[in-house]
Design a protein around this ligand. Structure first.
Ligand SMILES: [Zn+2]
Length: 67
């Protein structure tokens, strides 16, 4: 299977970025079905924001209930 670079518009900053063939292969290997919506800088920003988010008494509720 051959991948080709795709141009995607970042949903955060609106810039067009390349979803490269290598990244597509990486995503496919990881089982990700959807291409990224954001360019790398925006993804990094979001990652850092999530990682640095302070827990101000937020309830520790699981996102999905156990089955
Ligand atoms: Zn962006």
């Amino acid at each position: 299977m051959e991948y080709q670079d795709q141009a995607i518009n970042c949903s955060d900053c609106g810039q067009e970025f390349n979803f490269t063939a290598g990244e597509q292969q990486f995503y496919a290997e990881r089982g990700f079905e959807h291409p990224p919506k954001r360019c790398k800088p925006c993804r990094e920003v979001r990652k850092q924001q999530q990682g640095a988010r302070p827990r101000e008494g937020a309830p520790q509720v699981a996102a999905s209930p156990p089955r």
